[in-house]
Write a protein that binds this ligand. Structure first.
Ligand SMILES: *[C@@H]1O[C@H](CO)[C@@H](O)[C@H](O)[C@H]1NC(C)=O
Ligand SMILES: *[C@@H]1O[C@H](CO)[C@@H](O)[C@H](O)[C@H]1NC(C)=O
Ligand SMILES: *[C@@H]1O[C@H](CO)[C@@H](O)[C@H](O)[C@H]1NC(C)=O
Ligand SMILES: *[C@@H]1O[C@H](CO)[C@@H](O)[C@H](O)[C@H]1NC(C)=O
Ligand SMILES: *[C@@H]1O[C@H](CO)[C@@H](O)[C@H](O)[C@H]1NC(C)=O
Ligand SMILES: *[C@@H]1O[C@H](CO)[C@@H](O)[C@H](O)[C@H]1NC(C)=O
Ligand SMILES: *[C@@H]1O[C@H](CO)[C@@H](O)[C@H](O)[C@H]1NC(C)=O
Ligand SMILES: *[C@@H]1O[C@H](CO)[C@@H](O)[C@H](O)[C@H]1NC(C)=O
Length: 465
């Protein structure tokens, strides 16, 4: 089964959004750029008010903490502020999820608002008739009809994405590495495919869905085999998350074009709907004890691992010009997908040569025999990069997991986003560092005591770690 739904990255360029929402350079503060958000409702959407929401408001590092954000609006933005999401389990979440009231244009019937935003990727939606003020509590969320998400099926993604360029007159942190590559002919290709997976329940019985990025040169060089990076979604995610929410195809296009990354195929699976659910572990008290104890996670993700090895990996190997050497295979994932990455690391150690573990949920504690490099010497041979956001609820888990590796003398690299909470901007930054500094470099990582790294956020000024 091979039914591609092709989405050309070409249509996703900033400024190519047509009559609707568009980015505009102002040359004025606070950021030098604004987004003119324009929501054209269809004939059945009768809204008496519309909120713009989807991105957390801003804090600075002085006032932000794991349990507190100041919730500055974009109009109050200053160059040391970053959008910061607090977990619902902590702090004053409502303050940073306040939506912005759009204005009804009587002439056009559109809802409009102009918002200054700094460089990077912004996820948003329109929330009609939402009286709570907090967009997470709104009943209805509508993606921007003028800027539809990258997704396999309508409804997989709940937010549109828009990207703004860096303006050094007003901003300090440069996120232009997330923008589409200027040379359209050098952009890769994102598509979604279906493969046979007995037991799967979505999108069709026994059929599962997967995202594929092919580098621009793919198919143009006879007999060339490509390295493959598998990148997993997190909780509540899907196979389009890495493309829509992280715009990873842009990041990879730019790194390949700059000669910083070997042309690489990305495979973005989805670990939901395989015929067994994480929820089974969450609702069963017996299993939950194990689930909270991580063993349940391992049990669930080892089932996912087995499913991927039975159906996904063979499909990839059959349908694409991929290298069949573990030195050309890598696995990464965020949050619960970080736990899946751990299941791969512990239990498919030799199949991949490189692992990127982002914002992991609790990992086995130090001393657990899964880390025992005497029993599993392969752990010392692979490349590992781990990280989280400084304001991320999984920060402690990420540090614990590092400690557990260090106790076994397993070397690794790490990257912590200093402006990161448990949100996509954090994973964009970690994966960017991983792709640029680690992937397909000699393994294991982290043996040298110092190496040159470019601070991804300081506009290309090198610093020494
Ligand atoms: C109008 O938009 C709403 C909300 O997105 C959607 O549910 C509905 O299907 C749309 N109707 C038409 C006719 O497109
Ligand atoms: C919004 O509220 C108005 C009444 O104020 C109602 O007519 C309309 O159907 C509501 N629209 C949505 C999308 O719920
Ligand atoms: C992208 O890939 C799909 C599926 O592999 C293919 O059908 C399509 O022609 C490609 N598009 C471009 C622009 O290369
Ligand atoms: C919960 O999980 C345990 C252990 O696997 C199992 O024995 C039990 O039948 C499950 N309970 C329910 C209600 O599914
Ligand atoms: C890939 O390599 C494995 C051994 O590592 C071998 O069993 C398998 O047949 C190879 N697959 C292909 C398509 O060459
Ligand atoms: C690896 O997977 C097998 C089969 O699912 C399981 O029995 C074993 O406990 C797993 N090992 C680890 C270290 O998770
Ligand atoms: C690791 O496994 C070896 C061999 O079973 C054992 O001798 C050693 O004590 C284990 N290390 C730890 C830290 O448990
Ligand atoms: C880790 O390295 C130290 C220093 O070389 C050594 O003393 C220790 O035994 C090693 N631990 C393991 C688990 O290999």
């Amino acid at each position: 089964m091979h039914i591609p739904k092709v989405i050309s990255s070409l249509t996703l360029a900033v400024g190519a959004l047509g009559k609707g929402t568009a980015v505009r350079k102002t040359g004025k503060g606070p950021t030098g750029y604004v987004v003119d958000f324009v929501f054209t409702p269809n004939s059945t959407t009768h809204a008496s008010s519309v909120l713009l929401g989807g991105f957390p408001l801003f804090s600075d590092s002085l006032h932000g903490s794991l349990s507190k954000t100041d919730g500055y609006s974009p109009y109050e933005w200053k160059s040391d502020m970053f959008s910061m999401r607090l977990s619902p389990d902590y702090g004053n979440e409502a303050d940073n999820l306040a939506g912005l009231e759009m204005t009804h244009n009587e002439h056009t019937g559109d809802w409009e608002i102009t918002v200054p935003l700094p460089s990077g990727t912004w996820l948003y939606a329109y929330y009609p008739n939402c009286t709570t003020g907090n967009w997470r509590n709104c009943d209805v969320a509508i993606v921007d009809p003028s800027n539809l998400p990258i997704e396999a099926f309508a409804g997989d993604q709940l937010l549109s994405a828009i990207q703004l360029p860096f303006d050094r007159e007003f901003q300090v942190n440069d996120y232009d590495w997330q923008l589409p590559l200027e040379d359209i002919s050098k952009r890769g290709n994102v598509s979604f495919h279906r493969y046979s997976s007995p037991g799967s329940t979505y999108p069709y019985p026994n059929v599962h869905d997967v995202g594929v990025y092919l580098p621009y040169e793919y198919g143009k060089i006879p007999n060339k085999k490509y390295p493959v990076l598998y990148l997993s979604n997190g909780g509540q995610g899907s196979d389009s998350d890495w493309f829509q929410q992280a715009q990873i195809h842009n990041i990879v296009d730019r790194l390949i074009n700059a000669g910083k990354l070997e042309p690489t195929i990305l495979i973005t699976p989805n670990w939901y709907d395989l015929g067994f659910t994480l929820e089974e572990y969450q609702t069963n008290a017996t299993l939950q004890a194990e689930y909270l104890d991580v063993v349940g996670y391992s049990r669930f993700f080892n089932k996912v691992r087995e499913n991927f090895f039975s159906y996904l990996m063979p499909w990839v190997n059959e349908n694409y010009d991929v290298s069949n050497s573990s030195s050309n295979r890598a696995f990464g994932g965020l949050a619960l997908g970080g736990t899946l990455t751990l299941a791969m690391l512990f239990n498919a150690t030799d199949y991949f040569s490189s692992y990127c573990i982002m914002s992991p949920t609790p990992a086995p504690s130090a001393g657990d025999q899964q880390y025992n490099a005497t029993i599993s010497p392969g752990l010392r041979d692979v490349g590992i990069l781990t990280g989280a956001g400084f304001y991320d609820t999984t920060f402690n888990a990420a540090r614990d997991w590092e400690t557990a590796l260090a106790a076994e003398n397993v070397t690794y690299l790490s990257h912590y986003s200093m402006s990161g909470a448990h949100q996509w901007s954090t994973w964009q930054e970690i994966v960017y560092v991983y792709l640029k500094e680690a992937l397909w470099k000699p393994v294991p990582y982290g043996r040298k005591t110092s190496f040159n790294q470019v601070n991804p956020l300081s506009g290309g000024v090198p610093y020494r770690r």
